[in-house]
Design a protein around this ligand. Structure first.
Ligand code: PLP
Length: 379
């Protein structure tokens, strides 16, 4: 049997990785400035992470969500402490799309309504419920088309006009759009959204699947705006490559048996991986490091990259040019052995290095970029 061919692959087979460095089966070394769409938060093969998972493999025994799994509570406690959401509860699942599906479902149960507001250019996942909150025509199948959802611009008056109809259960927003091209609603917009959701009884869902876990320089990107969403969805950097997702749920939501559920969510290994990530973020002070490296990178790019815009916060950065960036991306990989990402906007280069990226590695990326971008663009 062959694999269903949906991913365009580079002819590279990594066999080893450490921090932001990868090696392939031919011994070629690469710098990872993308981390598989923001998945690699604490660097590849971090020794504490490897040790935590290995120890858990040895302990693994009976797994079922019908018995106590102490490591789930340990994870919930630690996540509450590190994120500043100690009074929230945690539901564990396996991916970002599943987290958003559960967030939307919970909002609908909670309010008794079904309409959803999302924003233009948003990406919330590829399963049927999550994809319904995504307006990318490439991934929305006819099957998803009937979902009651409005895609709005970042315009509070527009949001209020739809909320006034009284049908909306949730407003879902990426505090920094990832796939859309590192687009940031303003802090004031997020604050206004929180206020409107309170006023009209809708749940504010922050999709922090890509922007969370320290990527923006705070644990969650919405914390820059000082808002407190009813539900926060997480995945990607949460497990540093081990599949895990979850939603953080505000105290006013009432749990009941059977309301949400999953077979694999919260399994021992996923919890061990997620705990190791939080421990490393804390022990190595990675939020401050991400802020510092992000600021350095952004300042350099603003001065020397010749981009129309340098977007984002912390280590979630988008470079917008006035030409398609495909060639730049291809050359970074083929000539300089550096992985970076693209976005649904073909003129945006997406940078998502590990949170513990070193300054010398940032410089390596900058020198490679400057060598590729033509001098007349950079001047
Ligand atoms: N939400 C956001 C903001 C994302 O960027 C993604 C994936 O790119 C998802 C949800 C979906 O996550 P997953 O691919 O784990 O289902």
């Amino acid at each position: 049997m062959e694999l269903f061919n949906v991913y365009p692959l580079n002819d590279i087979t990594p066999v080893r990785a450490l921090g932001a460095q990868l090696w392939d089966d031919r011994g070629q070394q690469y710098l990872d400035f993308y981390g598989g769409h923001a998945v690699i938060s604490i660097g590849h093969s971090h020794p504490h992470y490897v040790q935590r998972i290995t120890a858990q493999v040895q302990q693994i025994g009976f797994y079922s969500n019908s018995v106590h799994i102490p490591i789930q509570r340990e994870l919930a406690r630690k996540l509450g402490e590190v994120s500043g959401y100690e009074d929230y509860t945690l539901f564990l699942c396996n991916s970002g799309a599943e987290a958003n599906e559960n967030a939307l479902k919970l909002a609908s149960f909670h309010t008794g309504k079904s309409h959803v507001i999302a924003f233009k250019g948003a990406f919330h996942g590829r399963t049927s419920g999550a994809v319904a909150a995504t307006d990318n025509p490439k991934i929305v199948a006819p099957f998803n088309a009937g979902h009651p959802i409005s895609f709005l611009p970042y315009d509070l008056a527009e949001v209020e006009r739809v909320l006034q109809e009284g049908k909306t259960c949730a407003v879902i927003i990426e505090p920094i759009q990832g796939v859309g091209g590192i687009i940031m609603p303003s802090d004031e917009f997020l604050q206004g959204l929180e206020q409107l959701c309170q006023q009209y009884g809708a749940v504010l869902i922050a999709d922090e699947v890509q922007s969370g876990y320290g990527r923006s320089g705070k644990f969650f990107a919405h914390q820059h705006a000082g808002v407190r969403p009813g539900i926060i969805s997480v995945a990607k950097g949460m497990g540093n490559g081990f599949p895990i997702g979850g939603i953080l749920i505000a105290p006013e939501f009432q749990a009941s048996y059977g309301l949400l559920g999953t077979t694999f969510g919260g399994n021992h290994l996923a919890c061990a991986a997620a705990l190791a990530v939080l421990e490393v973020i804390e022990q190595e002070n990675l939020l401050a490091h991400a802020r510092e490296m992000g600021e350095y990178l952004k300042q350099e790019l603003l001065q020397n990259a010749g981009a129309q815009e340098v977007r984002g916060r912390g280590l979630m950065i988008g470079l917008k040019y006035d030409f398609p960036i495909k060639d730049v991306r291809d050359k970074l990989l083929s000539e300089h052995h550096i992985f970076v990402g693209n976005a649904s906007d073909p003129t945006v280069l997406r940078l998502l290095p590990p949170l513990n990226i070193k300054r010398a590695e940032v410089d390596q990326f900058l020198q490679a970029l400057y060598a590729i971008i033509p001098a007349d663009v950079r001047s």
